[in-house]
Design a protein around this ligand. Structure first.
Ligand code: 13P
Ligand code: SF4
Length: 313
């Protein structure tokens, strides 16, 4: 660790204690930000941790919708997002107003929103899901038709897995569309023993080549299996830090070095320290929206959905 980083870490640790704060960090964050976390995980793990924490302050090292979900679940806590510009372009591809219009076109449809969405969009939805539980959520619904927002590729994958009729919003992740099937084919030739593991936000041509389709938390658990020695990783490259740290001796090959989410990288050690010093920027969801959004998130967390691994084969 560089001297400057060591100094920052020392200050963060001391201030975190004084504020009774917990640091929750997503798997795509910079390595040094992962290393100071109390918990590193995927969207589902992180929302569960937020709901359970006894801390007064949550420093959320991730993107805006993740901090908002923590605020939805913990209205009495201060939720800090060290850089307010850390948004998710996919979540911004839909608004509550446009969703209300679409719902009028499909009044019978059950409405499922991916957690990568604003609190306002969650408030318009029947149930939320994450990449770790979408299949279970969709299977748990009785509705014959499902309006799924905003990720068309996750929706396409789950519709193919469940056979459910789904109306898909045309959103996508600009980072995951950079993962190309041609490159996976090349890597498979180079590393014939490697398992190909991809995120369900990838395009169908990519998913078709995968041994496993998993959330980022699912990827970390899968990497620990004895039979996995080499893994071709089709998701944002920040996860490689955790995979290598937890599995010394195994080989992790990112499909694309360009699969970077610039928003995730906006959070730095400096900004984490400043946020704890200033107790800002704070993410707070207005109460009317929060209560309606919470109903959709609670329904997911209460396991009214069956959580299932997302396997393609
Ligand atoms: P996970 O919930 O699998 O970590 O995914 C979050 C995300 O933003 C993927 O791009
Ligand atoms: Fe959003 Fe994609 Fe970044 Fe995930 S990787 S936060 S879906 S833009």
């Amino acid at each position: 660790m560089k001297n400057r980083d060591a100094e920052l870490v020392e200050k963060i640790v001391a201030l975190k204690k004084r504020r009774n704060a917990v640091i929750l960090t997503h798997n795509y964050q910079l390595g040094e930000v992962q290393d100071i976390a109390d918990f590193v995980g995927d969207s589902l793990d992180l929302s569960r941790r937020a709901a359970e924490t006894g801390a007064d302050v949550i420093v959320f090292c991730g993107v805006h919708f993740m901090a908002e979900t923590a605020s939805i679940l913990c209205p009495d806590k201060v939720v800090l997002l060290p850089d307010m510009n850390a948004g998710c372009p996919m979540a911004d591809m839909i608004t509550a107003e446009r969703l209300r219009e679409k719902k009028k076109e499909h009044p019978q449809a059950g409405v499922v929103c991916y957690i990568n969405s604003s609190a306002e969009v969650k408030a318009e939805s029947d149930i939320c899901c994450t990449s770790a539980n979408t299949v279970g959520v969709i299977e748990s619904l009785d509705a014959r038709e499902i309006l799924f927002v905003p990720d068309q590729y996750l929706g396409h994958y789950v519709s193919a897995r469940t056979g459910k009729k789904m109306i898909l919003w045309p959103g996508f992740c600009p980072t995951h569309v950079r993962i190309k099937p041609e490159r996976i084919k090349e890597l498979k030739r180079e590393y014939p023993q490697a398992k190909v593991v991809v995120h369900p936000e990838c395009r169908p041509e990519v998913i078709a080549l995968a041994d496993e389709v998993l959330s980022t938390g699912g990827m970390c658990r899968y990497a620990q299996r004895d039979e996995v020695r080499e893994m071709i990783v089709g998701t944002e490259i920040g996860i490689i830090h955790r995979l290598r740290k937890e599995n010394p001796g195994k080989r992790f090959i990112p499909v694309s070095e360009q699969a970077i989410c610039p928003n995730m990288k906006l959070i730095t050690l400096e900004k984490v320290l400043w946020s704890l010093e200033e107790m800002s920027p704070e993410v707070k969801v207005p109460e009317g929206i929060r209560l309606r959004a919470k109903a959709a998130v609670d329904k997911m967390l209460e396991g009214k959905s069956k959580t299932k691994g997302q396997k393609s084969k």
